[in-house]
Write a protein that binds this ligand. Structure first.
Ligand SMILES: *Cc1c(COP(=O)(O)O)cnc(C)c1O
Length: 435
């Protein structure tokens, strides 16, 4: 049965946006939320449950943003709600060690052999910033190799050709980042091992680390080419660089052990966030013991945080990882995601649309591009106007997608087969209507 597009009632969201815009840039706390890239206005969300969200006008949507990745169990999962409520009753923060930190650290280390020790922070941005500081301190070199289109949070030194919001909003790099700050950031195309080798050969004695999203989520879902991550490991070893996997998005997402497990490559340092916080603000960096032992207070590399290891965030993370450790969790995510991929690909073929689905595990993107998206240059060839029309069509049919061509959709354990099929139906109708 075709899903008819609805004209959404947005009075309450529009009113809230006017209040918000008076006091907050764009009315939002993070840029892509403003819907600028898809030609719409942001909806203010009142609540979420499972795979669905409800806005303040009462519209209900199937959600594939999932808070941009953390909600791998869906919204307001009962075990997470219960764990956070229990932690809150005990007091929300102490600025002193709690056992919950140890419990989350144990779960992370058990899933990720590359993480022998870990430090909790409050966001993915803090995690990558701190990992880069540590890598520079440990090697005594300043240079960082970064890939075009990879996003590592809004760390000054990494905010060049940064994918995600920066790409969506047409500002590949940000004013306010002095040239000096990015002087040691060496940009290379994703999936281009020869370019990495060349950058190292030119100035290996100046290079501290390679930082990479092992599966890119922040220019849309772009998988690593066969052998690319192994190649990075070899180059890093040959030239004495550290290999940092930014698994803020992919950790506990593309496999329990993240991309390191999925592709069988062991990084020196790993950054985490999103899923390990179960929807509360969290980040972490970890890796080889000898490196982590250089972090303060054991070593000289200073890094601190008033709310780091926050008990509520730890509780949400522990509950999330415990549900994920249950039998068949990743198989279920894979099944639902594969069904969505196949359904979307079929809808695209039927409509004769110039579009393609790219997926790794429960991350996927529908690119409005005739050819595969493998790097920043090919991502830029996407028809973002077509994506904008598709986004609006899906929203009118009750499906809430990331408001940018250059973001991944996230499937959660709460997405049922019926949810997936309804999404595919909506995509079929949207594409048929000429999106
Ligand atoms: C989301 C993300 C970040 C930044 O995390 P925040 O918590 O938003 O600061 C860093 N790296 C990657 C790969 C991400 O997806």
């Amino acid at each position: 049965m075709p899903i008819e597009p609805k004209r959404l009632k947005t009075d309450a969201s529009d009113r809230a946006l006017r209040r918000a815009e008076a006091l907050m840039p764009g009315g939002v706390s993070s840029p892509v939320r403003a819907f600028k890239a898809v030609g719409g206005r942001p909806l203010f969300i009142a609540s979420g449950s499972g795979s669905a969200i409800r806005d303040i006008d009462g519209n209900v949507f199937l959600d594939y943003v999932m808070s941009w990745g953390p909600l791998i169990l869906g919204h307001a999962h009962p075990q997470v709600v219960e764990a956070v409520a229990a932690a809150l009753k005990d007091g929300s923060s102490f600025g002193a060690p709690t056992v919950r930190e140890v419990e989350l650290a144990e779960r992370i280390a058990a899933a990720m052999p590359a993480i022998e020790q870990v430090r909790f922070v409050n966001s993915g941005t803090e995690a990558t910033m701190s990992a880069v500081r540590l890598a520079r301190a440990a090697t005594g070199r300043p240079g960082i190799i970064k890939f075009e289109g990879c996003y590592h949070g809004h760390v000054d030194a990494l905010l060049v050709r940064a994918g995600s919001g920066a790409m969506t909003l047409g500002a590949p790099s940000s004013p306010g980042v002095p040239d000096d700050t990015v002087r040691h950031t060496h940009l290379v195309p994703f999936n281009d091992l020869a370019a990495v080798r060349k950058a190292c050969e030119a100035s290996a004695d100046q290079m501290a680390a390679i930082i990479v999203e092992p599966v890119v989520g922040n220019m849309g879902c772009v998988p690593p080419a066969e052998g690319f991550l192994q190649g990075l490991r070899e180059v890093a070893d040959r030239f004495g660089l550290l290999l940092i996997f930014d698994e803020v998005m992919t950790g506990f997402r593309v496999a329990r052990g993240g991309a390191a497990e999925r592709y069988g490559v062991r990084p020196d340092l790993v950054t985490l966030g999103k899923v390990i916080g179960g929807g509360l603000p969290v980040g972490a960096y970890g890796g080889r013991r000898d490196l982590m032992q250089q972090v303060s207070p054991v070593g000289p590399v200073y890094q601190a945080g008033t709310l780091s290891g926050n008990p509520l965030a730890m509780a949400a993370g522990i509950a999330t990882l415990d549900v994920l450790a249950g039998p068949g969790a990743y198989a279920a995510l894979e099944r639902a995601s594969a069904r969505l991929e196949a359904g979307l690909a079929d809808a695209v073929a039927q409509a004769g649309a110039a579009a393609r689905v790219q997926r790794v595990g429960s991350m996927l993107s529908l690119f409005f591009s005739a050819g595969p998206v493998t790097d920043y240059a090919s991502a830029l060839r996407c028809d973002t106007a077509a994506f904008g029309r598709f986004h609006q069509g899906m929203l009118a049919r009750g499906v809430y997608l990331p408001p940018s061509q250059f973001e991944a959709w996230f499937v959660s354990l709460a997405h049922t087969q019926e949810d997936i099929d309804r999404t595919v139906e909506a995509a079929r109708d949207t594409l048929a209507a000429g999106a």
